[in-house]
Design a protein around this ligand. Structure first.
Ligand SMILES: Cc1cc2nc3c(=O)[nH]c(=O)nc-3n(C[C@H](O)[C@H](O)[C@H](O)COP(=O)(O)OP(=O)(O)OC[C@H]3O[C@@H](n4cnc5c(N)ncnc54)[C@H](O)[C@@H]3O)c2cc1C
Length: 370
């Protein structure tokens, strides 16, 4: 039987960032991706926002890895010519309740280590963004955008240059724990394969709970079961109504319908958030829902042309009405699976955090194999 040192399951942005990192100091790294191209799932259905880290509870992995990921990502983008813009973000507040919430977010952000946060009054906001009419806003200068495809290609090329191999059209279907390794079985290009792996890193996005259960982990007992939470996007046609990222105060399981300029300046609205059973990327929300929400803080959108754009599906650990859930990034040695690392629930801010997640996983891996 053939043998790999480290198998990474999933060729999305996180799996590729991990492969690029662990292959710096390890040979025999293989990425297995079931689709015929890299990054066709969560990594290509998102907002492309580089988050600052204000939204996540202090001490959580989401907070720590987005704050460090933000810094690492700008550095990677600047050094490697990856399309990105440090646009800055306004989280807007209308009324006392929302003002209290942005003050809380500012404090949380500062505790998380986010720099440069400030509260602006309505006049200052209008100076920056003449179409945004609100009482106050939290300004976060370190938020920005990145072109996710460019970042995917960067991690892919880096992993390959370090000697990792990326096997497309290769679906993992069975995982069996042996004495000191794992047997990985599945289909590659229509042919069955089977090989032995010293370590397995499960970075399978929307399927990561299923992959964890393949090895014998009880995903329901451990709280690893994923819920799919969909978000639709619409696009504003013509002149961009804003130059910066403009977000409402978060409500429900998403961050609220926000305005995101892309690298060309064109502005997307969304995503909203609703739980679904199946993976289906057809947009099912209405333009009225989006217009109503966004005109609350950008009134000129009332008579702008807004059209259906795309959608994405979040791999969420938090079910409907559940409290906050953090990323699960865990070495399962203590549960009898040495060298098996699970990444489950890598929803937003997973893109921002990708280089920091890779660093974290690489450290977890070296501490287990040493
Ligand atoms: C609507 C939406 C908006 C978002 N916006 C942002 C944002 O603005 N900023 C931000 O930081 N983050 C954002 N995110 C989150 C971010 O996109 C994800 O955290 C990140 O892309 C996750 O990458 P991944 O590699 O874990 O998952 P994926 O890209 O889904 O990769 C997992 C891969 O595993 C493969 N796979 C699964 N099962 C198997 C198997 N059995 N065998 C082989 N391969 C398998 C899949 O085919 C897939 O390619 C958003 C997410 C969504 C849904």
């Amino acid at each position: 039987m053939e043998r790999a040192n480290i198998v990474v399951i999933g060729g999305g942005i996180v799996g590729l960032a991990i492969a690029a990192k662990v292959s710096e100091s390890n040979g025999g790294v293989i990425v297995l991706e079931k689709n015929t191209k890299i990054g066709q799932e969560v990594s290509s259905h998102n907002s492309g926002v580089i988050h600052s880290g204000v939204h996540y509870p202090n001490g959580s992995l989401k907070a720590r890895l987005s704050v460090s990921g933000n810094r690492m990502l700008y550095e990677i983008c600047e050094k490697n010519g990856i399309t990105h813009k440090r646009l800055g973000k306004l989280t807007v507040a209308i009324g006392e309740k929302e003002i209290t919430e942005i003050e809380r977010l500012k404090q949380q952000g500062e505790e998380n280590g986010v720099e440069g946060l400030s509260i602006l009054d309505g006049k200052e906001v209008r100076k920056m963004e003449p179409n945004v009419v609100v009482d106050q806003a939290l300004y976060s200068p370190s938020s920005g955008i990145v072109e996710p495809d460019d970042l995917l290609n960067y991690f892919h090329a880096k992993a390959a240059a370090n000697g990792a191999s990326i096997s497309l059209d290769t679906s993992v279907m069975e995982l069996k724990k042996g004495k000191s390794s794992y047997e990985v079985r599945g289909m590659s290009g229509g042919t069955r394969f089977s090989f032995e792996a010293g370590s397995v890193i499960n970075s399978a996005g929307l399927y990561s709970d299923r992959v964890a259960s393949m090895v014998g982990l009880d995903v329901d007992r451990l709280g690893y079961r994923l819920h799919y939470c969909k978000g639709d996007y619409f696009r504003v046609y013509g002149n961009p109504p804003v130059k910066r990222l403009v977000y409402p105060v978060p409500r429900g399981p998403g961050l609220g319908i926000h305005l995101t300029p892309d690298a060309s300046g064109s502005v997307k609205l969304g995503p909203n958030a609703y739980y679904v059973k199946d993976i289906d990327y057809r947009v099912s929300s209405t333009v009225e829902e989006f217009r109503k929400e966004a005109t609350r803080y950008v009134p000129t959108l009332v008579n702008r042309q807004i059209q259906e754009d795309s959608s994405g599906i979040r791999p969420k650990l938090q079910g409907p009405d559940d409290p906050f859930r953090d990323f699960i990034i865990r070495d399962e040695t203590d549960r009898g699976f040495p060298g098996f690392i699970n990444l489950i629930g890598i929803e937003s801010p997973g893109l921002t955090a990708s280089p920091a997640i890779a660093q974290y996983v690489s450290e977890l891996h070296s501490s287990t194999v040493e």
